[in-house]
Design a protein around this ligand. Structure first.
Ligand SMILES: NC(=O)c1ccc[n+]([C@@H]2O[C@H](COP(=O)([O-])OP(=O)(O)OC[C@H]3O[C@@H](n4cnc5c(N)ncnc54)[C@H](O)[C@@H]3O)[C@@H](O)[C@H]2O)c1
Length: 447
């Protein structure tokens, strides 16, 4: 029997996958292992916007054996620029259905606005492609289950793109948490603050954008019908139809990192408040959000973000344990041991003098409360960790292709992506309904 070339094999197994997925939801076997770990993988990209052109393309091109062969987008200018970034080698497929129909494409990046993620991911998996989808995985909680099911049924890799968890710092942080060095962690504080127009997603609109160069129907897709709007097209994060604003754009990064670090899945209870104080003319979504999330693992997370001041560091989070804290801020991680000293003098000094004296003569109290009587000792210092080398986006992308080639589960799989996004959606549901919400772990729904 003639040995199939890898390309022929993938083409056939892709066709088989589509048929199997259409007939039943039973798992479909992976394609045979590639001829060698360096075998070429043909990559297509659905949505070549800012994220793709300022990071993902370069990251994918840095992976040996990966070639970007096809793109599609709803704005012509971005297609042209993306093709130029492949030195003219990638083809413009015109639309995503044509790109997915090409059996020579092994994997796709989905980096469209959030309202498209479910359709693009499910259809790509049905077409037998491996998928790297940008965060947040979903626009609404209900998107999660069909995406997870499609990944399972296809046997293909679905990886979500919250790259922070692929940084060396977070990996090291997770080891520290697991080692027990922090003691019991009961509280995590996370912030994401900004104060610029671009920070609030009011990006400049390309001067050549108009009804000829922008495919409005392709952008809208599953979203409600609306008249043509360049603001909506280029600043979609400000509108509920396409985005969940601060919670799904920013908190979802923090939540993924927190879930990764703490081996946590979902908050059991979420309560949040949010207001649009200064951006009513341009944003439907709030510009200030505060949320509290309780986890069954026994800790609480405070999330807060405003677009109206960035005096406190722009973003970061603090994992607060009984013995030490881990503080992630500005690309660094600081392990800060607790050096708590008992201090009751202000209370005991109100006692009768003899009782105060007797209290402080007790050797146990001296050991706990009287640093001036202690033998000299070195105070435990903070440890500061930085990171050199490839940036987390490169590592996250390389891990995706590693999973594809080695048939390994994705580092950030559909379930993890779904849960991080679902926690963010609970923040929005709570602030919009003005009530606390519970997560039902059995049904994976909100009550
Ligand atoms: N991981 C990160 O750090 C990070 C950073 C930025 C953005 N993102 C995510 O990446 C995704 C894209 O964000 P962005 O900032 O690049 O937005 P963007 O608007 O710059 O890019 C989205 C692109 O999708 C195109 N598009 C819309 N509908 C389409 C369709 N039906 N078919 C093909 N193309 C279509 C648009 O024309 C646009 O060019 C979002 O989900 C966002 O949350 C992640």
């Amino acid at each position: 029997m003639k040995k199939l070339s890898r390309r022929e094999f993938l083409a056939r197994s892709t066709a088989g996958t589509v048929a199997a997925a259409a007939l039943s939801r039973s798992p479909v076997a992976f394609a045979a292992p590639p001829d060698s770990p360096n075998d070429r993988l043909q990559l297509g990209i659905i949505g070549v916007g800012a994220r793709v052109q300022s990071g993902l393309m370069e990251a994918a091109q840095a992976v040996p054996g990966v070639e970007i062969v096809g793109v599609c987008d709803a704005y012509r200018g971005r297609v042209q620029r993306a093709i130029a970034r492949t030195s003219g080698r990638a083809k413009d497929y015109g639309d995503w259905k044509a790109l997915l129909a090409d059996p020579s494409i092994d994997a796709v990046i989905v980096a469209t606005p959030d309202h498209w993620h479910r359709t693009h991911v499910v259809e790509a998996l049905r077409a037998g492609k491996h998928v790297y989808v940008e965060k947040p995985m979903t626009l609404v909680i209900e998107d999660g289950a069909p995406m997870i099911a499609a990944a399972k049924a296809s046997g293909r890799v679905l990886q979500v793109g919250s790259q922070g968890m692929s940084s060396k710092i977070e990996e090291t942080g997770r080891d520290i948490v697991r080692s027990g060095k922090l003691g019991k962690v009961t509280m995590i504080r996370a912030t994401y603050n900004r104060n610029t127009r671009s920070g609030a997603w009011l990006y400049p609109i390309p001067p050549d954008a108009n009804e000829q160069t922008v495919d409005w129907a392709a952008f809208l897709g599953p979203a409600p019908k609306r008249p043509f709007s360049l603001e909506r097209f280029f600043r979609w994060r400000a509108y509920w139809d396409y985005s969940g604003g601060i919670a799904t754009d920013l908190f979802v990064h923090l939540l993924t990192s927190i879930h990764f670090l703490m081996d946590a899945k979902m908050p059991a209870r979420v309560t949040a408040m949010g207001q649009n104080y200064l951006h009513q003319g341009t944003h439907e979504v709030p510009d200030t959000v505060n949320a509290v999330l309780e986890y069954p693992e026994g800790f609480t997370v405070n999330l807060s973000s405003t677009f109206n001041n960035e005096a406190s560091a722009e973003s970061g989070y603090e994992v607060l344990g009984k013995e030490a804290a881990l503080i992630f801020r500005e690309g660094q991680m600081v392990l800060k041991p607790e050096n708590a000293i008992e201090g009751n003098h202000w209370v005991v000094s109100s006692w009768p003098e003899a009782l105060e004296k007797a209290y402080y003569d007790d050797p146990k109290i001296k050991a706990e409360e009287r640093p001036d009587t202690w033998p000299p000792r070195v105070r435990t210092r903070s440890e500061v960790y930085g990171e050199d080398g490839q940036d987390a986006t490169f590592v996250h992308m390389a891990r995706f292709f590693d999973s594809v080639r080695q048939h390994k589960p994705a580092v950030e799989d559909a379930v993890m992506g779904h849960h991080a996004a679902a926690a963010a959606h609970m923040v929005n549901l709570s602030l919009r309904q003005r009530r606390p919400l519970d997560w039902n772990f059995a049904t994976e729904t909100v009550t």
